[in-house]
Every structure is written in structure tokens, then in C-alpha cells.
Design a protein around this ligand. Structure first.
Ligand SMILES: [Zn+2]
Length: 263
């Protein structure tokens, strides 16, 4: 399995990556994709993925940290992506996406215009470098759709941590965006999300933990971990008609294809 969204450069993982990778491997999670948050962690995630070949990463500017991104952030992102593209030609890059990027209107005093222009610029960079996007969105769905439609992601992408309606999921899938399924579905009270995800085409779904965030049910109050992807898989099998094995195979294949990584 592939954890399509795990902040593996954060604590506690960065303190002992060997240990947490071993736990993941034992649980059948062979690969992890690490989304960036901003300039401050690009080098750290690149270094981590150079040390451990089963780690891949995205480079981007997370909307939650908009206030941190300085005026040079986009220029620097462009040059980092160009450098990775050169490395990719030599099959030496583990940069597989632009992200995470998106809109977060739930934060206090969000500068919406800044977020929208940073997202549009990152979608354009993704298209220029033919990379998929990792999308984060809170309380900004109509605006996100509008920006996506104006800058259609040619290499696709994933909407991570999905917890919306059936109609929203269908609108994303129509734009070639996959649906990131995480710990939300392990909570019985998340009825709407569980029903929505149960009814979507299996080929549109990716598994993720968003560790150390989004703890799965039963582990609230402690940092989430990539090996708990098995809990997400188990719950997905419980709410859908396919077997655990079928879901595991299909979601791994979809993730590998989207990010163009070996399975
Ligand atoms: Zn995230």
C-alpha cells in the first residue's frame, strides 16, 4: 500500500524514521508520499527521500501557512521544480507532485485573494512540469472548483482528506481529481462522508493518513502514524462492496499511476 499523504518529516517520525518505516512495512505500507508545507521544509523532505528510497514528496505552498510564504516563494518553487525535472530525466528525482496547495478559508483572517493567486500559480507550475497536484481545501469548495476550472490540472491530482458531499466528489472526479480517503471514515458519526465514499467509483479513491494529523478512531489524542493506513483500508472494506484485497490493489495502483511511481 501507499500512504498518499503523510507528513513524515514532522515529529515524531523525524526523530526516528527507521522505526516508523519499519512499523509501516510490517503493516504493508511500502511507500509514503510526503506533501510540503512551504519553503521551510522543502530541503528536509528532499533529504529524507534521498535517505529512504520508498519516500516520495511534493513541493508546494500550503494555504494554511500563507502568512509565511514570502514574495519570492513562487520563484523559488519554480526553480526547485525545474531542478527536480532535470533530475527526473536522469531518474533521480523523488519529487512526484506540486503540493500541498489549495485554499483554507477556515483560518482566522485568511487572505483569500493571496490564497487564490498562490493556488492558481501552483496549478500552472504543475501543468508546466506535468506533475499532479495535492489539494487541501477547507470552507472554500466553490472557490477551489472555480480556480481548478480556470487552470485545469493536466496531470490530475488528489483532493486530500475528503469529507464532503457526493455532489462535490463527483465534481472533483469530473475534473480528473482523485479523492483522498483518510481517518474520517473510521468515525461512525461521519455518516455523510462514509455514505459518499461508499458510493464512489473505486478507481477514484486513494488511501491516506495525513499523519501525524487526523487520528483514526480509537487512537484519538495520540499522533497518527502511516502504519494505521490499514485501519483506513479496513473501514473502507467495511463500508464498500469490494473485498479488502481488491481495494488494496485498486487504490495502490491508482496512487502509483497518479504519481508515476513504481508499485
Ligand atoms: Zn497535509
Amino acid at each position: 500500500m501507499i500512504d498518499s499523504h503523510c507528513h513524515f518529516d514532522f515529529a515524531p517520525f523525524c526523530d526516528d524514521p527507521e522505526h516508523y518505516l519499519a512499523l509501516s512495512h510490517q503493516a504493508g505500507v511500502g511507500k509514503i508520499i510526503i506533501p510540503a508545507v512551504g519553503q521551510r521544509n522543502w530541503q528536509a523532505i528532499r533529504d529524507l527521500s534521498a535517505r529512504f528510497p520508498n519516500l516520495y514528496f511534493g513541493l508546494g505552498l500550503h494555504p494554511f501557512f500563507s502568512a509565511e510564504h514570502d514574495v519570492n516563494a513562487l520563484i523559488q518553487l519554480e526553480s526547485e521544480l525545474a531542478m527536480e525535472a532535470e533530475q527526473r530525466e536522469k531518474k533521480q528525482s523523488h519529487c512526484v507532485a506540486v503540493g500541498e496547495c489549495g485554499l483554507d478559508f477556515a483560518i482566522v483572517n485568511a487572505d483569500r485573494d493571496q490564497q487564490i493567486s498562490l493556488l492558481a500559480a501552483q496549478l500552472q507550475l504543475a501543468n508546466r512540469f506535468e506533475l499532479p497536484v495535492i489539494l487541501h481545501c477547507r470552507k472554500a469548495f466553490p472557490e477551489l472548483l472555480r480556480v481548478l476550472r480556470q487552470n485545469m490540472p493536466v496531470a490530475g491530482g488528489v483532493y486530500h482528506g475528503f469529507s464532503g458531499s457526493h455532489q462535490q466528489a463527483v465534481q472533483l472526479i469530473d475534473l480528473g481529481i482523485k479523492i483522498g480517503v483518510g481517518g474520517t471514515i473510521t468515525y461512525r458519526r461521519a455518516n455523510k462522508t462514509r455514505h459518499t465514499i461508499a458510493a464512489l467509483p473505486l478507481g477514484a479513491l486513494l488511501l491516506e493518513t495525513d499523519a501525524p494529523d487526523m487520528p483514526v478512531a480509537g487512537f484519538q489524542g495520540e499522533p497518527n502514524r502511516p502504519d494505521r493506513l490499514v485501519k483506513v483500508l479496513g473501514e473502507l472494506a467495511a463500508i464498500r462492496t469490494e473485498s479488502k484485497q481488491e481495494i488494496k490493489q485498486a487504490t495502490s495502483l491508482t496512487t502509483a499511476e497518479l504519481f508515476r511511481i513504481p508499485i
